[in-house]
Design a protein around this ligand. Structure first.
Ligand code: ARG
Length: 517
């Protein structure tokens, strides 16, 4: 994953940049420059440096302060860059006087027009169009797809590339096997893919991680269901869809059984009141309780947790086949993962170790047989939460605590991002807090939750968009309809189906990127 182009690969463009600037009448690269921003030449950095060079002698202000004060504008009518005079922190001078002085004394520049003062204290700079065009176009041609990106940002130490690159884990998408891939997973996939690309272009070592929901009693339910309703052929053909169908069917049976027990229990109560025999009904209740789906699933999952090879084998096949299918679908979005981890992959030892630390530090407490952590003393909104169930099994949160530690041990990340919908704001806040109070504040500080709401409406006419493939199918169809509304243009498109598909996928992705985050 490490990008091969180290710092040295960029020396060439710097030299070329200097010669482009000379051609424009500038002697050399701007003096006040952050050399690390030059290699891939983000023109805005170059202009900020150039203006800083011009302002430093006029104002006597530290270049760093000037550079930092040069801001982008809200819209281009307000200039390409602006500077609020108070930001120069000149003592004893009125900001409006400072602004006027700067404008009066601003020298002739090959790159920028003479600035103007707006609203008394704001100085606006407009770039000269022709030099800008030639610099930008040249830079785009030189840098190709690296245009605008600066690989040196990802260096641990910019002046010493041998220190290596910063590493980041971006955990995103993370759907649950045998459950629908919902709007939250879609947004997580898009935002996470985008963030991964961005960090990678900025020179970080990026690990794209998918943390599958692949553990828990529901996988016992699924295995029991597969015994009853599964088809090997369907599983091979469409694992995600088939497992979901099986899960829906078996869950319905389990629900019916639950309702049946409730009904029977009421009948028994009534029979007792009128002193009639109840044995038959009671036998049925205990038969369901001992042999019903729920109990079978519980036993099955227990075997999984105990490492029973057969039970794990079945589950692992479901998981592996699902991953194969996920990979294909993600590829349609140009998304891939370096690591398919998941709740199932968290080791018991790391969770036991976490439990030991929590207990030793007096963070966790016994509560009616379960183990609980009271986070209210740190912040009311964090509440109380369980870290171990009465039957000794772990929870979603427990697994996240273990996973966090394992990931740190494995990758020594400088940063880790969790891209998860806002429904889980509390979960992640609890997770980070627990990690912190366990004595791993440095790790907690490296973790960030990228949260988002789910505004995307995904109802389709057929109402069947449950999986990523269906969603992409649906947007493609919609695009196709839109395209058909303009018949003359439609006829000029050589492969309308394929075009509609590409447009649909693009629309889904672009929609997420239009919002300012
Ligand atoms: N580390 C995490 N908890 N990541 C988020 C996982 C999302 C979870 N599988 C869900 O679909 O709700």
């Amino acid at each position: 994953m490490a990008l091969s182009n180290g710092a040295s690969a960029h020396t060439q463009p710097v030299d070329e940049l200097a010669s482009s600037l000379q051609a424009l009448g500038l002697e050399s690269l701007p003096k006040y420059s952050n050399p690390n921003t030059y290699p891939t030449l983000n023109p805005v950095d170059l202009y900020r440096s150039h203006i800083t060079d011009l302002l430093a002698p006029i104002t006597g202000v530290e270049p760093d302060i000037i550079y930092g004060a040069l801001q982008s504008t809200q819209s281009l009518d307000y200039g390409d860059l602006m500077l609020a005079a108070p930001a120069l922190r000149l003592k004893g001078k009125k900001p409006d006087a400072v602004a006027n002085e700067i404008v009066d004394q601003f020298p002739e520049s090959a790159l920028v027009d003479k600035p103007s003062v707006d609203r008394k204290t704001t100085i606006r700079f407009f770039f000269k169009p022709m030099p800008l065009t030639s610099l930008v176009l040249k830079s785009i041609l030189q840098n190709g797809e690296n245009y605008g990106f600066n690989q040196n940002l990802g260096l641990r130490d910019a002046s010493n590339p041998s220190e290596g690159r910063k590493s980041i884990i971006v955990e995103f998408s993370s759907p649950n096997i045998a459950k629908p891939f919902h709007a939250g997973h879609l947004r997580s996939t898009i935002i996470g893919g985008f963030l991964s690309n961005m960090y990678q272009k900025a020179g970080w070592d990026v690990t794209r991680m998918n943390y599958l929901g692949d553990w828990g009693k529901q996988y016992g339910v699924l295995a029991v269901g597969f015994d009853k309703y599964g088809s090997e052929e369907e599983l091979q053909k469409n694992p995600i869809g088939h497992l979901y169908d099986v899960y829906v069917k078996i869950s319905a049976v389990s629900r019916e059984e639950g309702e049946r027990v409730k009904g029977l229990e009421e009948e028994v109560k009534k029979l007792r009141e009128s002193n009639e025999p109840t044995a038959e009904k009671e036998a049925e209740i205990s038969r369901i309780k001992n042999e019903g789906v729920d109990e079978q699933a519980r036993k099955y999952f227990k075997r999984m947790t105990e490492g029973d090879a057969e039970a794990l084998g079945v589950w692992k096949r479901f998981r592996d086949l699902s991953i194969v299918k996920y990979k294909k679908t993600y590829a349609r979005l140009n998304i891939w993962f370096d690591d398919y981890s998941g709740e199932s992959q968290v080791k018991d030892e790391s969770m036991e170790e976490a439990a030991r630390v929590l207990e030793e530090k007096g963070i966790s407490e016994q509560s009616e047989g379960a183990v609980m952590v009271d986070l209210e003393k740190y912040s009311k909104r964090l509440g109380k939460t369980l870290v171990k169930k009465k039957d000794g099994t772990t929870l979603y949160l427990t697994r996240d605590i273990g996973a966090n530690q394992e990931r740190y041990d494995k990758y020594h990340f400088d940063k880790m991002i969790y891209v998860v919908a806002s429904q889980q704001d509390l979960h992640l806040a609890q997770l980070f807090k627990i990690i912190e109070i366990m004595g791993r504040k440095e790790i907690a500080d490296k973790c960030q939750h990228i949260s988002f709401g789910m505004v995307l409406g995904m109802s389709t006419r057929k109402g069947t968009a449950k999986f990523l493939d269906d969603i992409l199918e649906a947007v493609g169809e919609k695009m196709h309809e839109v395209m058909k509304t303009n018949q003359s243009k439609y006829e000029q498109v050589s492969d309308p189906e394929q075009t509609a598909d590409t447009l649909g996928i693009s629309a889904v992705m672009v929609q997420d990127m239009t919002g300012k985050r």
